[in-house]
Design a protein around this ligand. Structure first.
Ligand code: 5GP
Length: 186
């Protein structure tokens, strides 16, 4: 039997990474893809666990060889991509697999693997997303405006997805996601 691929995407700052981290910590039965990225590691991030941190030339070579299932430039800066081989191996073993990627990446996976399930993670309200986006107070006025404009467009992508999960509470959203992943009838 081959496993099912689930793609989790949603607007910037909705908490996709936090939900994926909860799944990683509480649901070892779910395999989560480790992306390659050209961005430098943040303190506490471990190479091979949170990301494969690679040089731009290495990323380029992976993309050229077709080793990436999808890839995108995120926030106009660094490149992020999903290594193809591990995803295919895990699905062949029949394990549920999860990709936590941005919207551009989700669209590419939809084009190449339409049988995957696409889950949109949504904030409980527009105001909550604004709070999460600007709440850190570290961005300039111009940057905040840019991010909010991006968020409007990103929220409109919900209709492209099969299922929506509302991220009011991280644990609840993560459990709902895992429930969708392991339910053969869903
Ligand atoms: P961060 O740099 O904060 O870890 O992640 C920034 C963004 O990159 C998040 O929105 C995350 O979903 C996205 N991302 C992480 N890995 C991938 C990937 O492999 N492909 C794509 N397209 N986006 C990714």
């Amino acid at each position: 039997m081959s496993g099912r691929l689930t793609v989790l995407a949603g607007p910037t700052a909705v908490g996709k990474g936090t939900v994926a981290a909860y799944v990683r910590a509480h649901h070892p039965e779910v395999w989560i893809s480790v992306s390659a990225t050209t961005r430098p590691a943040r303190p506490g991030e471990v190479d091979g666990v949170h990301y494969h941190f690679v040089a731009p030339e290495t990323f380029e070579a992976m993309a050229q060889r077709g080793d990436l299932l999808e890839w995108a430039v995120v926030h106009g800066r660094h490149r992020y991509g999903t290594p193809r081989g591990p995803v295919e191996e895990v699905l062949a073993q029949g394990r549920p697999a999860l990709l936590e990627i941005d919207l551009q990446g989700a669209r590419q996976v939809r084009a190449s693997m339409p049988q995957a399930r696409f889950v949109f993670l949504k904030p409980p309200s527009w105001q909550e997303l604004v709070n999460r986006l600007v709440g850190r107070g570290t961005e300039s006025e111009e940057e905040r405006t840019r991010r909010l404009e991006t968020a409007v467009a990103e929220l409109a992508a919900e209709e492209e997805f099969d299922v929506t999960v509302v991220n009011t509470d991280v644990a609840e959203a993560a459990e709902e996601l895992v429930g969708l992943m392991v339910d053969p009838s869903a």
